[in-house]
Design a protein around this ligand. Sequence first.
Ligand code: SF4
Length: 454
Amino acid sequence: MTGPDGAVQAAIEWGARRYGVLPVTSVCDVRCVFCSNRQNPPGVRTYQLPPTTVEQTVRTLGLMDDPQRIVVGESVTRIDEGEPFTHPALLDLLALARERFPEAVLQVTTNGSLLTRERVRALAKLSPVEVILSLNSAHSTNRRRLMGDPRPQRALAAADYLAEEGVPFQGSVVAMPHLVGWDDPARAALFLDERGARLIRLFMPGFTRQAPSELRFPLSLWDDLGRLVGQLAPSLRAPLLLEPPRLTDLDARLEGVVPDSPAARAGLRRGDVVKAVDGEEVFCRFDAHVSATEAGPAEIELERPGVGRLKVVLDKRPDERPGFVAHYDINPTRLHRAAGLLHDGPRPALVFTSKLAETVVRLALERVLEPAAREGVRVVAVEDGFFGGSIMTAGLAVVQDYLDALAREEKGGRPAPRLILIPWEPWDQERRDLTGRSVDEVAAAVGRAAVEMV
Ligand code: SF4
């Protein structure tokens, strides 16, 4: 374990309880040019985890409270993710998870290079399982270029094995057309679609201030990728999503429909906008998805472009995913907590958000707060100056970024806030950021202000 043992254990516990993450190893067998583990500025405290033992796994599973999903191979906490199949006993660890939580979906993110047919068969026996296959390119030379994968054909074959053995999978593609050309991400999406991926995510790569010049790109790439998705998506069976999305409204517009899902059987389509679930108007995309997931057979009222209002019934069980895919916009539970704090709280009040979420946060607050309750409230998008580059996400904002944002407010002649709302994403169980600094420093910088995480 690299890093103080107590800190690593605390990160494991936090990830298990909060996100259902079961870390298995930070070891990886490839070396992606876009790997987030490689672009951290000095001062970021992340931990390297050697392959975990059975005892550790049992302990981590014991911390989870009946999770619907157990997440393997994703770095949600400070523990660097690796390739789970480098763990020699991964399938045994997954079997332990299955034994303890018979209903939970085992979600395994893998680069596919070690996913043999035998392993895919073993995964099929652990159903319900969902694999997220980080393919990135369907072209051997380009996969080698992007991922340093010495045996790119294996991951390509893995997609066939998943399809043939009936293991549901999503595909992910970090689009780097500036390195491998525009054809490449499009071909990767088509390849995944032909093999029956249930969902395909096309990621705009991020780069930090540490990135070498060849990995940098103009932000206009985001628009270009949006156009690519717009051209490709109508011809694919699987929903194709650009991540992160550029959202300018809260309309529950569908990006697509998972083949053979309740939504597909009910005839929902890309472009439909969900208006109500079981007669209850939905607030946003996230609300539509949660409401339809929780419902049993669900009556969906929707607006179809060029057609008008329609009602359809999704034949599904409670807690079964509806199978329509919309971007994540805002969680109404968080929003209402923020609105409650703002409604009764002192002024001036500052709502910190990320650049990515700024528009959505503004729109949502306008909808839930009366104009009078919005007086003295400022929404401020924090710049990710510490990570720099193209980073615009709340999860990578650090204390220094918040202090810089407060300094800009002061310089702009704005009165010191008495209430600050701050997103919870960057903070660990001790309310520390990725550099180890405490959120309390933000509170201390403005004296009397109350700082609330939402
Ligand atoms: S497969 Fe994942 S962990 Fe491994 S190098 Fe690529 S991005 Fe990093």
